[in-house]
Structures are given as C-alpha cells and as structure tokens.
Design a protein around this ligand. Sequence first.
Ligand code: HEC
Length: 404
Amino acid sequence: MRCCARNKLGWLLIVLLAACNSEPKIDPASLTERERDGFVGDVRAVLTDDVVLSEENGKWIEAQQASSTTIYDAAGKRTLQTPFRVVMTGGFAITPHELFFDPTAKRSRGNAVTLDNVNKKYTEFDGNGNVLEKGSHDSGKKTLKELSVRYEFDARGNWIKRTLSRLTERNGQKELLPTEISHRQIVYADAIKATFEFEHFSAEVRELKSPVAATVENMEAGRALFLQRCSACHGESGNAQTDFAEAMPTKPADLKSPQVAALTEGEIYTAINDGIKVSGMPGFKNRLSDEAIWKLALYVKKLSREAASNQTTLAKASPTPALPAAKPDAEKRYTLKGKVTKIERELKQVVIEHEEVKGYMEAMTMPFPMTDEKVLGKLNVGDKIEATLVVGIGMWRLENVVIK
Ligand code: HEC
C-alpha cells in the first residue's frame, strides 16, 4: 500500500513538472552546431570515448571502446566529425552513438520532463538539456525507471564523464546496473600549452618491473589496447599525428622519439596509470585493469625501442642517411552500396541505408559526410548509390559517388 502511494506521488510530481514547463521551446535553428551537440563555451575539439562496462571479479571495468573526434571552428560550426570506431582484430567497425541531449529541452532553471503518451514513455532532463532519466508509465499509475544517467562536469559546465545505468536482469531480478561510460577530453579556444618542468620520476618508479611477461600474446593485447585507447591522440603508429593531437595545445608525445625510448617500463606504466594532468594525457588507473596497463606499457616500450634501434642502424648503414619521409597512417578504401534515406544539406551529410561493407562494417543505416556540393545538389531521397568509402585515422569520406 505504501509502495503504491509513493509511486502515485512520484508520477504526480512528473505530471506537475511537465505542466509547469510552459516556457517557449528553443528553436534548434537558432543554435550553432556546437550548441546543438550540447556544448557550452568556446569548445574547439572533443574526443569522446564510449565504453561498455563488464563485471570482472566483482569490479566494473572498461571493456570494448569506441571513440570519435569532433572539431569546431570559432563560429561553432562542426568542421570534422569522425564516426565512432571500435577496433576489431584486423580492422574497425563503426557503431552508433546515442545522444542523451536535446537542445529544445533546455530550460533556464529546473528539470524538464517530456511525455510520450502514445508509447507511455517519459524522459527527464536537467536544466541544460541533458537526459537524467528515461522510463515508462502505465496509464498514469506506475512509473518504471529504465535508464539513469549521471554526469561529472568540468568548470565550464560541459560533462567530461557520463555513466549510464540500464534496467538489466541479474540473478532473475531486474535492477539498474551501470552498463556504459563515456569520457570526453575537451579542448577550449583559450587552452594554453602546459609549461612545466619535466618531472623526473622517482628512482622507485624507474625501477618498477612489469609483473606481466613480454610474450607475443601480451604484446598483441597491448597493441589492441593501444589502438583503442591511445591512437586518437598518439596515432596508430605512435607518431602523434591526428586531428585531435593537432587541436591540443600541448602535443601528445611522439612515442617513437628518443625521449620516450629513454623511459623505463616503470615510467611508462606510471605515465599511463596516473596521466599527466596539465597537458591532457589522461590517467587510466580507474579505467583499466592493472594488467591491461602493464600490457600497454610493454607495447609502448617495444614501439619506442624499435624506433630508436631502427634509427641507429640506418644512420650507421649510410653516411648520408636517407630516412624515408614520415608516412601518414594509411587510408583504406571500400565499396559502399546503399539507398539514400535522408539528406541533411545544411550539415552536408546524407543518411544511407547501406549493405555490408566487406571487411569493415555490417549493413546499417547511418549518416555519411557529403562535402561535394555538386553531388549533394543532385541527390534525392530514395536514390540508390555506389561510392568509395575512404577511411583513415580520425577521418572518413565518400568519393566517386555514382547515382544508379
Ligand atoms: C587525450 C589525448 C591522449 C590520450 C588518449 C593518450 N595520451 Fe599519452 N600523452 C598525451 C599528451 C598531451 C602527452 C604529453 C605529455 C607532456 O609532454 O606533458 C602524452 C604523453 C604520453 C607519454 C610520455 C610520458 C612522458 O613522461 O614523457 C606516454 C608514454 C603516453 N602518453 C602513452 C599513452 C598511452 C599508452 C595511452 C593510451 C593508454 C595514451 N598515452 C593516451 C595525450 C594523450
């Protein structure tokens, strides 16, 4: 009885809150792309990592990760948005990213609730348009919370960590359990280059030895982790030439440089574990298992040591060293076949329902950038197209678009 009364009261509160929301809705057309994406302030670059959580020995750790880079110009226009990519063995897969934000739900104060009476769903937002809760209700009697979202904000009011809990069945009972976490690295227009004395690690850190053996298997695992967690900043090959690195005031270390080669495995482990806060190198202590961090450290150590020994053998072999020019990370090309289901001319993108892209991703419906105005002007919803999908690190585009 008491339980029912509480539910009723909760529901009444939601209805009341909804009724109080009489302020005019915000017109999305009046917002910049950056604001429509949910950012406040002069944000220039964002690296978003979406990770799926999995329970290991009673502890939640970050499992599979997908990340994406977004770049904005001074006027808040999106100049680059890479798809969310998951690193798989032998390639990448692209995954959708759920936006838990609605600019039209922005209110000057208080929470907002939107109701969908047809599907018996409700969504609760904070005062800034971020989703706090989603659930269902049955004929106004009972509400069931299906999703809950928690945020950690930076000083300017943009979230940097978001935790999602979903209604999940465990041991025959349904409960809200943490399922996904997103982390955002945000670069603001006024961010400054970190100027700090290079902090020498303590002798203890220098001497730290890996409890994980440098086996081929562990190196492979380290490489897979590196591609997922580090390549957006340090580049797939470690040379730190990526769009996000470009936007950072303090450049990520070139992991093939002599400076990094001079670090011990204990120092590399500590840099990954603790991060280097002033420069934007994130710490992974509470995100990955200790074993995973050691695998990463061993892989980075191998990468830098190999680069260093390559350079000395090359220098010895030829007195006038003809070092090959640094090659950008290779682009890959695939054939994309599908049907145009939506055209967003203003965003210069088209939504395509496409067939399986062999060796890259399964069949799905998703947006693709279409910057070629000539092609964009010709396209109509329903057109069948064939194109070359070009994928590089931190970018992708369509070329040779043919309307069938
Ligand atoms: C958001 C971008 C970003 C990500 C992601 C990132 N790093 Fe870094 N990293 C940096 C920056 C910036 C520096 C430069 C720090 C400095 O010089 O102050 C750096 C420095 C380093 C260094 C050199 C530390 C030293 O003491 O000189 C190592 C090693 C390193 N990163 C490894 C990694 C590994 C391994 C990962 C993935 C687990 C990773 N980083 C993820 C940005 C990043």
